[in-house]
Ligand binder design. Structure first.
Ligand code: GAR
Length: 206
C-alpha cells in the first residue's frame, strides 16, 4: 500500500477533484493532493484546491485551446516535481499531454473521459454519444499515452441514455459515475492492485 501523491490538472469546474478531496478527507483513499494546476486562470478547480489548502497554480499555455506549449509543459512538470507528485490525475484537463510529461511520470498519468472509450474520444463526448443514438454511455478511467483518449483502460462505469435526455442531463448522470470511477481506479493504483500488460490493465491480488 502506498500513499499516492497526486498532482491534479484541470481546466474547469473541478467536481472530480472535489470527489477526490472529499474521499481523502474521509480517510477512504490512500492519497494526498500535492498540487493542482490549471491552464485557465479563473477555473473553479483552482478555487476548490485553495479552499482545501492545496497549492494551486495557473500555468499559461498560450493561445491554442488544445495544445500544451513546450514551456508550459516544462513549467507544469517543475511544479509537479517540486510538490512531490508521483501520480498525475487529469480531471477535465482539455489539452493533449505531451511525451515529456509522460516520460516524467511513466505509467503514472491517468485521465477520466466522459464516454465508454474507444467510442467518442475528444470533446463533449456525452453530446457525441447522445447524437449518435447509443442507449448506454458512461465514463472511462485510463492511463494516458501519446494519443487522444487512447491509453490502456483501467475501468469503466455505464449509465443508461434516456429518451428525454439533453446533453446536460446525460453529462450529469455520467459525472456522478465519474466521481465513483476515479476513486476506484486511484484506490487500485494505491494498493498496487493493477498491472499493465500491453493494452490490458489487469487486477492483481493484494
Ligand atoms: C468531466 O466530465 C471529464 O470527464 C471531462 O471534463 C469534465 C470535467 O469535469 N473530461 C474530458 O472531456 C476530457 N476529454 P470536472 O471539472 O467537474 O471534474
Amino acid at each position: 500500500m502506498e500513499t499516492l501523491q497526486l498532482g491534479v490538472l484541470g481546466s474547469g469546474n473541478g467536481s472530480n477533484l472535489q470527489a477526490i478531496l472529499d474521499v481523502i478527507a474521509a480517510c477512504k483513499l490512500e492519497a494526498k493532493v500535492a498540487c493542482v494546476i490549471s491552464d485557465v486562470a479563473d477555473a473553479f478547480i483552482l478555487e476548490r484546491a485553495r479552499e482545501a489548502g492545496v497549492p494551486a497554480f495557473h500555468v499559461d499555455c498560450g493561445p491554442s485551446k488544445s495544445k500544451l506549449e513546450k514551456d508550459a509543459e516544462q513549467r507544469a512538470i517543475s511544479i509537479l516535481q517540486e510538490h512531490g507528485a508521483d501520480t498525475v490525475a487529469l480531471a477535465g484537463f482539455m489539452r493533449i499531454i505531451k511525451p515529456d510529461l509522460l516520460r516524467a511520470f511513466p505509467q503514472r498519468v491517468l485521465n477520466i473521459h466522459p464516454s465508454l472509450l474507444p467510442s467518442f474520444p475528444g470533446l463533449r463526448a456525452w453530446e457525441q454519444a447522445l447524437n449518435y443514438g447509443v442507449r448506454h454511455s458512461g465514463c472511462t478511467v485510463h492511463f494516458v499515452d501519446e494519443g487522444m483518449d487512447t491509453g490502456p483502460i483501467i475501468l469503466q462505469r455505464t449509465v443508461l441514455v434516456h429518451d428525454r435526455d439533453t446533453p446536460d442531463t446525460l453529462h450529469k448522470r455520467i459525472q456522478s459515475q465519474e466521481h465513483i470511477a476515479y476513486i476506484e481506479a486511484l484506490r487500485l493504483l494505491a494498493r498496487g492492485r493493477i498491472k499493465i500488460e500491453g493494452r490490458r490493465v489487469l487486477r492483481t491480488n493484494d
